[in-house]
Every structure is written in C-alpha cells, then in structure tokens.
Write a protein that binds this ligand. Structure first.
Ligand code: EPU
Length: 434
C-alpha cells in the first residue's frame, strides 16, 4: 500500500449555517488494539466498522508485514488471520511504526504471541511527551526481559509470561495504550495478573470485551482494577467497532459553533454513555439538544455561558476534545478556561487561533479564552485534534481560512470534509505538490 502523504491546504469559508444529517464513524482508537488483538490467535477474526483512515491503513500494513492475512469484504468487514507470523520476530522497521501511536499495541500482542518482540518506538501526534515507561514496567513485571536501545525496544520471555500484580499509575493517572498492552499479554500469561490503576477509557473496555469473546478471563472491566486469569490459547472473534466518541463530540461542538439556529444537525450513532463529561459541561453552559436513542438533534448555540474545563482521564473531559472546545469558548460569554492534566503542552493550536483574532491567555498546562470575533487568515494545522478545531474556527470566522498541512485530518476523521459539505459547509482542498 502507498503511504505517501498527500499534503494539502484546506480553504474553509465562514458564515455557514450548517444543518442536516451526519453519521459518526467507527472509533479509530478502539480499532487499533482490536486489530492488534487478532495477533493473539491463529484463528480468523472478523472486525466490522473499522474507519477508513490513514492511521488504520498504516496499522493494517504493519499487520500484513508481520504475516497477517487481511481480506476486506464488500460490506467492509475485515477478516484477519495470523495463522503463522513471519519468522524473524522483529516488527519490520519500515518507517510505519513511527507514523502512529497505535503501533505500540504490537508490543503487548507480539510479546504474548511469540514471546519476543523487537520494534522501534512509536510516533503519533506532537502533543507533548508520549513515553512508554508504564508499558515497559508492566510487561517487565510479567517476566519479560527488556532491553531499551537508542530508538528501539526488545522484549523476550523465552519461558513465557507469568501473572503479577502491577501498579500502573503514572503522572497523569492510567495509560490507555499501556493498560491494553498489559491486558493482552496477561491474557496469555500463566496465572493471575492484577492491574491497579488500569485506564478506564471506553477503548480499553471494548478491547477487554473482545478478549473475553476470544476466551480470556477478565474481571473488573471498566474499573481501575483489572484481574486477568491467563489461558493457554485464545480463539477468533467477530466484533463491530463502536462509534467514535471523539468524532461524535466534535460534531456536537461543531453544531453549537456553526449550526443553523432553527434547523438542527442530526448526529447519528452518538455514543452518549461515553460522552458524559462533555454533555455535563455543555448543559452547564446552557446548551440544549434532543437525544433519542443514539440520535442527537442539536442547533447552533446562542447566549452560552463560559466554562472551566479540566481534561482528565475517563470519565473526565477528554483531552482529545479540548481544542474544539476552545473554539466554542471564543463564541460564548467571556472568561472560559481549559486545563489539560493529561497533555499539559497540547496547546500548539493557540498560536493559530490567535492569528485568527482569538484573545487567549496561556498559563502552564492551560488556557484562558476570551470572547472573540474570528477572522479568516492563513493558519497551520499542528496535529489531528487541533486540525478539527481549526476547521471549526474557519467555519465560524468571517471570510476564508486557509489551513496549511491540513492532511492531519485524514489520519483520524473518516470523510471529514465530505461530511461537513453534506451539512452545507463550503470547503475546498488544494493539493500541494511535494
Ligand atoms: N504516560 C506516561 N507513561 C507511559 C504512557 C503514558 O507517563 O508509559 C502518560 C502520558 O504522558 C500522558 C498520559 O500518561 O500524560 C496518558 O497517556 P496514554 O498512554 O493514556 O495515552 P496514549 O496511549 O498515548 C491514547 C490515545 C490518545 C488520547 C490518550 C488519552 C490512542 C492511539 N491514542 O494515547 O489519542 O489522547 O489516549 O485519552 O489510543 C488522538 O486520538 O488524537 C490521541 C492523541
């Protein structure tokens, strides 16, 4: 597969009153560990609802390089079978590992499957430090011998892994990818593993549910204490990926910022149970909506109040929604604040919003947002979630906003521009020759 990134500039025209129906795609961050879990068995695994994203293409290419046979049906169901893996147990250093954070899931899955893994460090968005010390601490506790070299990690457990009690708390609480890696390894370890301070994010819960379908014994799913009784083998599974909570939350914020005041945006597949903190915050700000089952109807927000938001591990306010939230905050009463306790440096987008006329004041790990009138200008997308926020800013601004390096958006939102155009947004893409 060709992983050449096509750079483009997005031209976003402000002043649209968006309305109509938009459908949330399957979750990017739930797909990563579930695709990796297919490595834990020789049997075929069927996964429906994996979004078509650049990050997913990279993950699937990595699996193929490892020896997984992948077929996609006409209905979009992926069939993955890792009957045998490539003999050289290294994850090929093709440059793909560093393109995504999700490649870190290969660490736990391959260690469990082949008792050896060698891979370069993962990459991902520039949103601050992305260490893997918790993954290493946990897998070491399960008996892996760990060697960290300049740009890679080697783990081996020739006698197999054995259960252990692992405290997984880090400076920002649990780790999503760290918990998932350890659960995958513990599922095939000998004896019982107890993880204290497991991450409780819905993506970890969904992985655990899939592992249970595969025959794993896991107690405490969704809580910070997970108990796993290892088994000798795991079997294949069929699973449909749940709706992407961050994408759905982005549409909700987009509706409040750029939605029509009398005709709603209808958001299909809205995963309300995993967006409690966002719904609570928006309710406090005075926003209103109708929710029927998993279908949300919401109009442009008017006379909303300021808010103070703390991005925290689940069920706290998601760090992945703090940048789009900052854009909404420019439109509401003066004096909102955002504090990000997970990625204190995830504020590169501030400079870009300031170029558009936003009046913002930064402080360590946070931001004060003043009510501001945004104007279209040339700005630069810095990472995936910031890109979504900048498109949102462009839609609320006067004039045209030119977003350079807008290709970030294709990493994590399926058909982002197409979906917005369907709501009436005017967005053009200008491909930049590299
Ligand atoms: N941390 C450590 N040591 C570790 C791992 C993490 O100190 O070994 C710290 C991090 O520095 C951070 C916090 O723990 O302060 C949370 O990190 P975590 O490991 O939970 O995050 P992640 O696995 O790197 C996933 C998502 C992110 C999302 C975060 C938090 C994937 C592939 N990535 O990242 O998603 O922001 O959890 O919810 O699932 C995105 O989709 O744009 C994105 C960045």
């Amino acid at each position: 597969m060709d992983h050449q990134i096509r750079c483009f500039e997005a031209h976003v025209y402000g002043g649209n009153d968006l309305k109509g129906v938009i459908t949330t795609s399957g979750s990017k961050n739930a797909s990563f560990p579930i695709l990796a879990a297919s490595l834990l068995t020789e049997e075929p695994c069927f996964v429906k609802g994996v979004p078509q994203l650049r990050d997913m293409e990279i993950m699937l290419s990595l699996l193929e390089l490892l020896g997984t046979d992948i077929q996609r049906s006409e209905e979009g169901i992926l069939r993955l079978q890792s009957a045998s893996l490539q003999e050289e147990k290294k994850v090929p250093d093709s440059g793909l590992i560093q393109k995504i954070r999700g490649s870190i899931y290969l660490l736990g899955a391959l260690l469990a499957r082949q008792r050896y893994v060698e891979m370069t460090f993962p990459g991902g968005c520039s949103i601050g430090a992305r260490p893997i010390d918790l993954h290493i601490r946990g897998l070491e506790a399960l008996g892996a011998r760990v060697e960290v070299q300049k740009n890679k990690v080697i783990m081996s457990a020739p006698q197999g892994l054995r259960g252990a009690t692992i405290f997984l708390g880090g400076p920002a609480g649990g780790s999503v990818t760290g918990t998932a890696d350890i659960v995958m390894s513990a599922a095939l370890a000998k004896g019982q593993t107890r993880i204290e301070y497991a991450a409780c994010e819905p993506e970890v819960v969904e992985l655990c549910q899939v592992l249970v379908l595969m025959g794993a014994h896991i107690e405490g799913i969704g809580s910070p204490i997970l108990e796993i009784e290892g088994v000798d083998t795991l079997k294949g599974f069929s699973h449909t990926i749940s709706a992407d909570r961050i994408e759905a939350g982005t549409w909700m914020l987009m509706a409040l910022c750029a939605g029509h005041s009398s005709h709603p945006i209808v958001i299909e597949h809205f995963p309300k149970k995993s967006l409690g903190a966002l719904l609570f915050t928006l309710n406090e700000m005075g926003a209103s909506w109708d929710l029927s089952g998993d279908c949300m109807q919401i109009k442009g927000g008017q006379n909303l109040k300021a808010a103070i938001v703390h991005a925290l591990p689940y069920p706290g306010f998601p760090t992945d929604l703090q940048a789009p939230m900052a854009v909404l905050m420019t439109l509401v009463q003066d004096g909102s604040e955002i504090h990000d306790h997970i990625y204190p440096q995830r504020f590169l987008y501030v400079r870009e919003l300031e170029r558009m006329g936003a009046h913002l004041e930064t402080f360590p790990s946070g931001l004060k947002v003043h009510r501001s009138q945004l104007r279209g200008t040339k700005i630069q997308a810095t990472d995936l979630r910031a890109s979504a926020a900048l498109y949102m800013a462009g839609l609320t601004a006067e004039g045209v906003t030119q977003i350079t390096e807008a290709e970030h958006i294709d990493r994590g939102y399926e058909c982002f521009e197409e979906k917005l155009r369907h709501l009436g947004a005017r967005i053009e893409r200008k491909v930049i020759d590299s």
